[in-house]
Design a protein around this ligand. Structure first.
Ligand SMILES: Nc1nc2c(ncn2[C@@H]2O[C@H](COP(=O)(O)OP(=O)(O)O[C@H]3O[C@H](CO)[C@@H](O)[C@H](O)[C@@H]3O)[C@@H](O)[C@H]2O)c(=O)[nH]1
Ligand SMILES: [Mg+2]
Length: 192
């Protein structure tokens, strides 16, 4: 049995993505029905990938300005992140292969899905699909940087895996998805 009923949705904003207010009855574990209200932001689902080269012992990350972080404690607003993007109605695999080419300039043949997880489950509907993918020099097709038409301005960082782990351990990575995939690489000994 579902623990919710009488769901009423009110649109608060649909400027670029959609923000709705939901008022609903929720069944407490005690058996009591209570009324709850939640604002829910819907901007679709996303996909992200850790790109690695075992032979070179390197990974590719990105650096870009993120306004929400600038507004909350990140002095210059730049964030080091895995390559990632939002699903444009395509499936997660196609999305991350497309994003990899747009953002960092490599045309991958195959990727491996490792996790599927909600990004911020109290606030957003977004589910994130996590991938890893091995890149080699002969897969390079452009210099990356993102879509000029969207004013994306993405710096491509190819760095030793050891350096990425040093950044992780010294608290210089402030993006959860990037932390997740670097830890995945460590746990699964991806570079060995
Ligand atoms: N005009 C306008 N453009 C926007 C807005 N929000 C996003 N965009 C544009 O939408 C595009 C999104 O680029 P993607 O690479 O597809 O997504 P992303 O921003 O990298 O998102 C990834 O990371 C997010 C975490 O910060 C994830 O939430 C998301 O699922 C994805 O993995 C960019 O061109 C960006 O400029 C907005 O409010 N207004
Ligand atoms: Mg992106």
């Amino acid at each position: 049995m579902k623990p919710v009923k009488d769901i009423k949705k009110t649109l608060l904003s649909n400027n670029y993505y959609v923000l709705n207010k939901f008022v609903f009855k929720y069944l407490m574990r005690s058996g009591e029905w209570v009324t709850q209200m939640r604002e829910v932001y819907d901007r679709g689902d996303g996909a992200g990938i850790l790109l690695y080269n075992r032979e070179k012992q390197t990974v590719i990350l990105t650096k870009q300005f993120r306004m929400p972080t600038f507004l909350n404690d990140n002095a210059d607003g730049f964030l080091v992140e895995i390559c990632a993007g939002m699903l444009d109605k395509d499936n997660p695999e196609d999305c991350i292969i497309r994003e990899t080419e747009e953002e960092v300039g490599y045309r991958l043949h195959s990727v491996k899905k490792v996790y599927e997880a909600y990004s911020s489950p109290g606030v957003m509907t977004e589910k994130m699909h996590f991938f890893i993918g091995e890149y080699t020099e002969n897969m390079k097709v452009n210099s990356g940087g993102g879509l000029a038409s969207e004013h994306e301005d993405i710096e491509v960082l190819e760095l030793p895996f050891s350096k990425a782990i040093e950044m992780l351990n010294s608290g210089k990575i402030h993006d959860t998805r990037t932390i997740v995939l670097l830890q995945y690489a460590l746990i699964h000994k991806l570079m060995e």
